[in-house]
Design a protein around this ligand. Structure first.
Ligand SMILES: *Cc1c(COP(=O)(O)O)cnc(C)c1O
Length: 356
């Protein structure tokens, strides 16, 4: 039996999205492909509130985390670290041979505007990476406020990992002055994995032209060159682009504000449920994620036994992240095409388990 996914990636994918992926194949240098590409990019631009560059990379999000570092770090990068995925960005920067410092807080805490301001005021950095939604801890750091700080530092490129929240929360790329924001499609986009959506500001594109050692696969200049022909630099995940085109239509039909409100409503419900049952939330108050809830296992339940029980109901949630949080937390994702009704259903099953 298929277990419906309530884990923070990959998420459950609707049947109509899977069907869109079964569209007969086309050549990636054909006019049909350019038509598809030129149709989908403007829709993504609407969803991300940008008139600047939007590109599609055929890789998981980590590929473009590396790409953004290679294109936009010239000197030294400051990496905001408050969990496993933000730590990964630091490791990537180091492995790319870049000078990288961590702006580190404990897991469960948010990266705030004041911390960023203090660190950037040293003048040591030409790039800053920010993980908007730390999926390992269920913390959503305050993008609007941090973006306000970055406006004081126009020479610092502003890179954002929005992997587990893009298309689930409003990210106004141009208004916020974001230089590069990226996300894989297997989370709040509600699609299978394998494609990464990312933006590049005009300013960042100009900078990338002056950076050495960008490599080939994730080279922004190549993405731009092919974009002008309605293509990608290499053979893309065409099936996923068909799915993205379909998914964008669905999102725009639902209405972006309604979509974001649906995510907020599910988050509020999940947090209230956890507290009513005597659990705590792992995230610092006021910085809880909108797309997943990381529940602190204060009741000491057996999370594996919970998932075994949920499997008999045909659903699955996520244990805590890695050695550090396994058993101590569990995570319920509520993003993508997930509805409040579906979330209620899962919470009902968890209640059944708790009351056994
Ligand atoms: C899932 C996730 C990633 C990694 O994405 P991949 O597509 O597996 O490479 C990076 N950052 C965050 C915040 C994530 O949730």
């Amino acid at each position: 039996m298929h277990k419906r996914l309530f884990i923070p990636g990959p998420v459950e994918v609707s049947k109509d999205v899977l069907e869109a992926m079964a569209t007969p194949m086309i050549g990636h240098r054909s006019p049909e492909f350019s038509e598809l590409y030129n149709r989908v990019i403007p829709k993504v631009k609407k969803i991300l509130y940008t008139d600047q560059h939007v590109f599609l990379a055929s890789s998981s999000a980590t590929g473009m985390m590396e790409g953004s570092i290679r294109n936009l770090v010239k000197g030294r990068v400051l990496v905001a670290c408050n969990g496993a995925f933000s730590d990964r960005w630091h490791e990537i920067a180091v492995n790319c041979g870049k000078e990288a410092d961590q702006l580190k807080v404990d897991w469960g805490r948010a990266i705030t505007a004041d911390m960023v301001d203090e660190a950037l005021s040293t003048g040591k950095y030409d790039a800053f990476t920010f993980t908007h939604n730390e999926t390992s801890t269920g913390v959503m750091s305050p993008l609007e406020e941090v973006a306000e700080v970055l406006k004081k530092y126009p020479d610092v490129s502003f890179l954002i990992d929005a992997v587990s929240c893009m298309a689930g929360v409003k990210i106004e790329v141009d208004r916020l002055g974001i230089d590069c924001v990226l996300a894989g499609t297997q989370k709040a986009w509600g699609m299978p994995p394998g494609l990464t959506v990312f933006t590049v500001s005009e300013k960042a594109m100009e900078k990338a032209k002056t950076v050495e050692g960008k490599g080939s696969y994730f080279n922004f200049e190549l993405f731009l060159k092919y974009h002008e022909k309605g293509q990608t630099p290499n053979t893309p995940a065409i099936s996923l682009i068909f799915a993205l085109d379909h998914q964008c239509d669905k999102m725009l039909a639902e209405g972006l504000d309604r979509r974001f409100a649906r995510h907020l409503e599910m988050a509020a419900r999940c947090r209230a449920w956890a507290k009513e049952r005597g659990f705590k939330l792992f995230a610092e108050e006021n910085y809880e994620s909108v797309t997943l809830t990381c529940v602190e296992n204060t009741r000491g339940i057996d999370v594996n036994a919970l998932n075994d029980f949920l499997a008999t109901k045909g659903v699955v949630i996520s244990n805590g992240y890695g050695k550090r949080l396994k058993g101590k937390t569990f995570r319920i994702a509520h993003m993508g095409d997930c509805t409040l009704g579906e979330l209620e259903e899962v919470l009902g099953y968890i209640d059944e388990f708790l009351n056994k």
